[in-house]
Write a protein that binds this ligand. Sequence first.
Ligand code: DI6
Ligand code: FE
Length: 399
Amino acid sequence: MTATLYTNARIVTCDGQVSRDPAAGALEVQTEAGRITAVGPDLPRRGQKIVDCGGRMMTPALIDCHTHLVFGGDRANEFEMRLDGVAYEEIARQGGGIRASMLATRAMSVEELVQASLPRLDHLLAEGVTTVEIKSGYGLSIEAELNMLRAARRLGQIRPVRVLTTWLAAHALPPEYAGRHAAYIQEVAIAGLEAAHAEGLVDAVDAFCEGIAFSSAMLEPLFLRAQALGLPVKIHSEQLSHQGGTALAARFNALSADHLEHATAADAALMAASGTVATLLPGAFYMLRETVLPPVQAFRDHGVPMALSTDCNPGTSPLTSVLLTMNMGATLFRLTVAECLLAVTANAARALGLQGETGRIAPGLSADLALWNVTRPAQLVARIGFNPLHTRIFQGKSQ
Ligand code: DI6
Ligand code: FE
């Protein structure tokens, strides 16, 4: 197999320093058999296929590390209710919210879920995404949760994309378990996790730690089971209130804690010690018109890596644009341009345990690259509703 040499690009490796103004041609990238084999100035010519990038900017391909992309139905009606002043938590208490999506999701076959989710996935891919995490969490019964992850795996087979699947049965309490949180965790979240794991459907385990969902004490048995199965954990924590989910997750060396608007500096210190990534989800913050900002400066001070993700879901973040997410990370959360780019590449890879596989332009990693019709990272983050993707490269193959 011949190698490919990408020349005349402004390469932002996201491996260490993110360059503000990469110079065209200063670095070259060589790929072979789907991997990056060399990065550097003036790489030796030895018969590789030469791709002249025309002075364009090249970055690692983008990663969406927190999505609920597979679901049935839509919840535009709840959007209207919120415009009328009804709070998200109130809608959930009235049986809307996650439970409304549960009814629509349970009614669909795996194939129907795949078809409903494909346009959302395709929208991400069109923006240079090559890795997507997809959670269960709208089935809330063992079989319906398994079907969501079967659909997620299928999406990864029919499109050129790396799909990571996350077991999020502990997302909400279905009506048949009303008032019986502990029983739900045992009989559905844990029993189903074992079935899903046996079927090869689980890359990580997640849970929603919130007043309207589960307390950290309720979630501990689930995380213990995940740990026993050798599965990494993640958590939705401190989104609407401070519940202590981040501290629980840090005790289990979670890959990431996500949302975190109500997290504290003490949480940041725990995350730093456990190597847990802070995944910020500005789409949900925006949709819910939240006002409490995540403690970004505390994450910086403690050296907690920050990721950004769409949180693509039918209720609080019907967002399928990683580029817009970067813009929101900067505008709403005051991340720098360099932080925004790392947040959807190197740090997003870390949030999935994939730091040795993708998310940086470095020798040995998968050749997952994006070539853009811009010359500087700021041009990727500054614009709204604009897609400058020129070429998406997944495992060395251009699309
Ligand atoms: N936090 C979120 O933002 C989503 N899930 C979660 O735990 C919202 C899910 C939904 O409203 O459908
Ligand atoms: Fe979420």
